[in-house]
Design a protein around this ligand. Sequence first.
Ligand SMILES: [Zn+2]
Length: 457
Amino acid sequence: MEDISEIFSKSQDEIRAIQDDGVRRMMALCEVGHAYYREVFSDRGIQFSDIRNIEDLERIPPTSKEDYMTRPEEFVLRLPEAPLFEKIIYNMLYTTGTTTGKPTPFYNTAHDYYATLMISKRVAQIVGLTPEDTIANTYPLTTVPHLTFFAAFWYATVIGARLVSTLTGTPNPEFPVTNSSRHAAKMVETSKATVLWGIPSFLRRLLTIAEEIGLDYHRVRMAAVAGEPCSQGLREDLIRRLERLGAKTPHVNNRFGFTEISTVLVECDREGKGGFHNPAPDHFFLEVIDPETGKRLEDGKPGYLAVTHLNRRGTVLLRYLTGDIVVLSHDPCPYCGRQTTRVVSQPFRKSSLIKFKGTLINPEPLVKALSGIPEIDEFQIVFTRQNPEDPLSPDHLQIKVATSMDEAVAREKVIDICLQTVEMRPEILFVPKDDIYDPDKGFKSKRVVDLRKIENK
Ligand SMILES: [Zn+2]
């Protein structure tokens, strides 16, 4: 049997040659049946046969999320002559729409689904998931099918591990199939789970509930998290909570995933020092680009992450901008030695910058610092106005806090962190934790909200 992970021991030149082949293959397929790129290439006077390798990709204008979301059906290859394996839609996922709020379909043919299973097997090897593991999938059931919920099935299926889905989510009165988060916490114990699979803010709450009930999580060895950023403070907090529940040497495996690759870029080491590894450089080419000029930036320079599919048949994207600002490295990983592109920074979105009191501020350092305080159960940063009804009223910063700490101590601590990170003095409001984030209702916690009228944005 061919070693599915052989790609990681190839040299940079060998990987590049495989990627060049992928570019030529996708250009030939797009020329036959990709409505969107046929139009773009024709408008720009680009011949598909002119794009022969990774270098030539720079001639293709980047595809924005908006381009894809306004005409998603035109991004699906139509290949009348292809075998059924490459044409039949095997499943589909949705990526959330940013402009209209309407979810955008992402189609996988059988070819794409088999590829996803193989890539899942590689990811399992990188992070050390084994057939002895029992994965507790704590992603909620949602009305729109998302990557995160289904990925747990793929991993368990392809490595032969056991899987239990805790199936939280917004209750549906007609089809009462979901469980409460309290029930979910108990399921982790009764299923003897060794791996927790979920969104960091939900896992944090689940562990809080488990501590309140007095559950035994001594078998849990890993929390595999994705779906929102997991800061160092939050990582340490999850580990401390797991240890209090009996876990011996638990660690957090942080991943950076998105629907448009149907997998995750993943950490190889326990502390996450090696960054997020691309598990499939033969399927996805990653580059960092300047969105204005479309030029590729070199390693170490922050820029917009763009993905080009090298071996897909359903929805196909070329130089697709995910919206994340990242730094890439092509050096072999100093921790595992794998030769593959790595994202070596915490992905960041420009849209998270907020104009407040006349300046642009980045709330991320504040979120990170507050996530690292173990006594704070939940928090929310609220950008509002002194009089919320009056659009001319001055900007006002509130921080809602749910904590077991003495309120005077907590107030002083949070104000101090706020002054240090964003140089502003907030109003502190103490509230019950479910007022900020009710895990039985929401998909993920909202750490930052902006309640001001649109004209200030
Ligand atoms: Zn590594």
